[in-house]
Design a protein. Structure first.
Length: 657
């Protein structure tokens, strides 16, 4: 980093180091880097048909309690604010300004990975907590034990002659005690972040240390360095499917069993958000083809599925199309229960903005007051431009709600939550609803800085960014990962966060048409409304939905504030050890993160409940694995399949991320 921003970064780091040392805490003075990936060129969008699909609302489950205000020490707040300042100058280089803060439900950095911020996280979870076993140990010290290597996989598991590619693996053997207990973190819609196998205070890594588990993270195909092809063309992305990802996992487990010679291995897979869905699908009862021919380690009687984190269940229950309006319903409930005044003002502001967008004079006013860049051009204006502006406003709101009170990073722990967002609009001195909405944007930009404080305002610019088909882009933003996630949604998963659910504070900000247009414009003529509908429906028919999910040894935790949670199941089957938990007052994947002083009080007992199930499984599976080993013969590939109880951790999001 050079120039003014570089000098600012170095100055803030120095200040942080001095402050921490003054407080008597250990630190290397580094608030962590920003995990940058790709961004690409721009091109004009093609035209697309406007479509309309009938909708059927899905019921919400679980209550949305009012968040409790928790006091924190001045010391904690000082460090958090300093860390935010330290990453602020770099954050703008991480998020392309043409991209909404959240897009297709995915925030900058991915659902879990976000910025690295490893040292800051250790301060929050470690240095300020005397009960933390790793308070004085940095992630970099643990990272020294991480091994990165690649495994060979077929491009198409159903057509091996097509060719092979190399899939990236991160391996942490630090805690392993030679008892064949293996934890596998399934990679998802982002490059694999080393911190998830190196940061010792992350919940599942604490368990790995306690139970002596080896730890792997397998990067998802077409993300990060795991590239079946060297481009992201639609013709290449057709091999980016859940089916192929499942086969990658199956092949990986076989290869690791052979490579490390595990005896009666007990695999426990962890998946947060979309990777949780993959983990769920590993259950043979959900994937009948894995039982076909009983390929040794995949005989259903010897498979144990366990989901310990949230799962992104793809299509909304009772819906025949990919719209997911329950997401916005949860957002509204969280805002309403946080502050009735906030709920009213946001709803009023959005209504005013929607109405002003219908007239020339109104659009001129919005361009000025919202600081749109470029301003609306009446000569080239399209309906998609209007929806695109709304997407940027909605994306900011959804990113706040989705991670409110989470320990995702220093930003969420530093006050990026619904309560403070509501304070921004309710404390505005202006009586103009548009200016009040801009107050929220200004508040968001204190955490995610903008060079000039403007809001990107051209649909064709966004499509140009998302149409880029290269992995390695010039400015280090993460366009490649966003294109990959968008493909998964358009092609199979659905989960398009519309506001098409009738009367609500968001109005018709984001109709389904907007997302369908993006899918078509970004991926070409082979993607259309029929293919999107049919592929999404076929995926649900293939893997089932939340209402019918049933498996053995599964924990299903979900946060009541998480807008994704309506998509999951809350069915409990004690005899199978299928446990569904709705964690009141928490958001997306909250139980995965390290404990911290201001987390919701509901998290600690849930972590203990999950660990109890994990301990049960580890103990019980040991004897079952021994029995299975005496009955399983070699697989068709010649690999000894003795005792391969495949533990596929699964987390289903209920009543919603």
């Amino acid at each position: 980093m050079t120039g003014k921003s570089g000098r600012q970064m170095r100055t803030v780091k120095y200040t942080l180091k001095s402050t921490i040392e003054h407080m008597g805490l250990s630190s290397n003075g580094n608030c962590g880097g920003v995990n940058t990936t790709e961004v690409g060129h721009q091109s004009d969008a093609t035209s697309a048909p406007v479509v309309s699909l009938s909708r059927q609302p899905a019921p919400l489950r679980g209550s949305i309690p009012v968040a409790k205000t928790r006091d924190s020490t001045a010391q904690m707040r000082s460090i958090i604010l300093l860390c935010i300042a330290a990453v602020a100058s770099a954050a703008i280089h991480h998020r392309n300004p043409l991209m909404p803060l959240s897009f297709f439900g995915r925030p900058t950095g991915g659902f879990l990975h976000a910025e690295k911020l490893r040292e800051c996280n250790e301060l929050f979870q470690g240095g300020l907590n005397n009960r933390d076993a790793h308070a004085s140990v940095s992630s970099d010290q643990f990272a020294a034990t991480i091994e990165t290597f690649y495994v060979t996989q077929p491009i198409d598991h159903s057509n091996p002659p097509l060719g092979t590619w190399q899939q990236r693996v991160q391996y942490n053997p630090r805690f392993y005690r030679n008892e064949s207990i293996i934890f596998l973190l399934i990679g998802g819609e982002s490059p694999a972040a080393e911190k998830w196998v190196a940061q010792p205070n992350i919940t599942y890594l604490r368990w790995a240390e306690k139970y002596g588990a080896a730890v792997f993270q397998l990067e998802h195909r077409f993300f990060g360095k795991s590239r079946p092809y060297n481009d992201l063309k639609t013709s290449s992305l057709k091999y980016c499917t859940v089916d192929q990802a499942l086969e990658d996992l199956a092949s990986f487990i076989r290869q690791m069993n052979a490579k490390y010679g595990y005896v009666n291995p007990r695999w426990v897979t962890f998946g947060g958000s979309y990777p949780g869905k993959i983990a769920e699908c590993l259950v043979p009862s959900q994937v009948p083809r894995l039982n076909s021919g009983c390929r040794g380690e995949f005989c259903s009687s010897y498979i144990f599925a366990r989901l310990l984190w949230q799962v992104l269940v793809v299509i909304q229950t009772n819906s025949q199309h990919p719209s997911q309006f329950s997401y916005a319903m949860v957002m509204e409930n969280v805002i309403r229960n946080t502050s009735a005044e906030c709920h009213e003002k946001i709803g009023n502001a959005i209504t005013v903005i929607l109405n002003k967008a219908l007239t020339v004079a109104g659009r001129e006013e919005l361009s000025t007051k919202l600081k749109l860049k470029p301003a609306f051009n009446e000569t080239t204006l399209t309906v998609r431009d209007l929806h695109n502006m709304m997407a940027y406003l909605f994306g900011g709101l959804q990113n706040v709600v989705q991670y409110t009170y989470d320990a995702r990073n220093s930003i969420t722990m530093g006050g990026f939550n619904v309560r403070n967002m509501c304070n921004a609009i309710t404390s505005s001195t202006s009586t103009d609803p548009v200016i009040q909405m801009r107050a929220i944007i200004d508040w968001i930009y204190t955490f995610y800085p903008s060079d000039d404080g403007t809001i990107a305002n051209r649909y064709s610019d966004l499509i140009g960014l998302l149409s880029n088909t290269t992995f390695d882009d010039e400015n280090g933003s993460e366009n490649a990962a966003m294109r990959g996630w968008m493909w998964l949604c358009c092609n199979e998963l659905g989960v398009l966060q519309t506001t098409d659910h009738g009367r609500n504070i968001f109005g018709n900000m984001l109709p389904l048409n907007y997302f369908i247009d993006i899918c078509i414009d970004a991926f070409g003529d082979t993607v259309n409304i029929v293919s999107i509908r049919d592929n999404n429906l076929a995926f649900r028919n293939r893997y089932g939905d939340a209402n019918n999910y049933k498996a053995k040894n599964i924990v299903l935790p979900n946060g009541s504030f998480d807008p994704w949670h309506p998509l999951g199941t809350y069915e409990n089957y004690p005899e199978l050890h299928q446990k569904a938990i709705l964690i009141e007052g928490t958001a997306h994947c909250a139980d995965m993160y390290p404990p911290w002083s201001e987390e919701p009080s509901t998290l600690a007992p849930v972590r203990a409940e999950i660990e109890a199930e994990l301990e049960y499984f580890i103990k019980e599976s040991s004897s079952e694995a021994t029995t299975a080993a005496s009955e399983i013969t070699t697989s068709t590939s010649g690999v000894i399949a003795a005792s391969i109880p495949l533990l596929a951790t699964t987390a289903v999001l209920v009543a919603t991320h």
